[in-house]
Design a protein. Structure first.
Length: 85
């Protein structure tokens, strides 16, 4: 098992209202979990996500996460296209 810290931005925070904007959500996932699996675990539809940073680097949905990773999940900005790699 791995533990990661996740920060949700914009309207994605409303999916987990107990989390303060400056607070990270600590999540335990199976070894070899991907960004797509992380989004599923958080009940975040992939079409509501524009970009995901892992340790400050933009990553695609198939990226395998590691223990201690810091993840930022961002929705599309108004007028942007929706989609996630």
């Amino acid at each position: 098992m791995i533990e990661v810290d996740v920060r949700l931005y914009g309207n994605l925070r409303s999916l987990h209202p107990g989390i303060k904007p400056s607070e990270a959500l600590r999540l335990t996932l199976p070894d070899e979990a991907t960004i797509a699996q992380l989004l599923t675990a958080l009940s975040i539809p992939s079409e509501t996500v524009k970009i995901v940073f892992v340790n400050g680097v933009v990553c695609e949905s198939g990226h395998v996460l590691g223990h201690g990773d810091r993840i930022g999940v961002f929705p599309p900005i108004a007028g942007g296209s929706v989609g996630h790699g």
